[in-house]
Design a protein around this ligand. Sequence first.
Ligand SMILES: [Zn+2]
Length: 359
Amino acid sequence: MPPTAPAPAPSARAPAAEIAFDRQRSLTLPCGRAVVVVPLDGFCQNQLTPDREGRFDDPYGAMSAVLSRVVKSVDGRRPQPSHLADMVTKWPHGSRTLAFLWARTLTYGSACDVAWRCEPKAGGCGHQNRPTVELDELPVAPYDRGLLERGLEVAVRSRAGAEYVFRVRLDSGDSHARYHAALAAKEASIIDAPLAQVVLVSVNSVEAKVGSAKTSLATLLGTTPGDVLDHLRYFVRLLEPRTFLDEAHRAKWVAKANAYLREHCRLPAADVEAPAGGPTGDAEGADGPAEGGGEGGLEAFDGGGTGGADEAPEALLVPQGGVATRFQVACGKCGAASWQSVESTLDFFAPHLKDVVDD
Ligand SMILES: [Zn+2]
């Protein structure tokens, strides 16, 4: 098939059946690119199969290899294979995930088994839940342009009184690879994945030496106090989109996250164009001037939004974009709520193993 210009892009949330096997239809990614993907083949299955010991340590490395294979056109053009491999590694995580998810859905359908145990350690009943998630129904949101292009600056004050300013970038194949390498070298631990997106910009307004995107995770860990790193891990995880059980759970989560941000982080307002998810607030208040320094940055987001008498839900103070692969679930037996992610299930990456496993 010649790589002709794709048809007008359908919604990313179109039912899979509508585009199944229509290889000319393009898909719009959260970063704005339009891509055409084809089903996963045996090469992809090989990349996505755990080793003999059952280890599947680097799913995002495998995702890069798979995307290099299944993405057939980008914005109407067919890239050279070596260039494509580089491109899909640099794409932000939500775009990579949506392209992968779509190739997987074209191949196996959109149902994904998410087995999870209602955790007794967290006060749950121990019930083994086995819900099925339809991958093509997961919400998709475009990325905030500023966050996509420049990243987001955040200032965090240590308990000892120093102010650290960081630049946080969207996660990507590159940041996953940096984290994976640091983990393999025992220079980082399993809690440090969010930190691979971060570079240190300044300490007490003095430009830091740790300011390059090439800076290793180990260097960041070695130059930053633990309390500041804890705030940073929490902050980065807030950028990941989520699906909630209902509006009450969403509102509670957002209120808690915003309270945390107000207490521990300061955001230069110019970095973000609008609060995520909110039809609210940005007409009045959020565009207001952010001068004055001090704690002004955060308040500029909030503006008059929450102070008003309207019933509009509070918006999170940082933008979220991508595919909401993390979702809140209620236990089928006791009703306890918890968080699960399709990205932590083997069925998301390797549905081809289902028959083998069940025998
Ligand atoms: Zn339970």
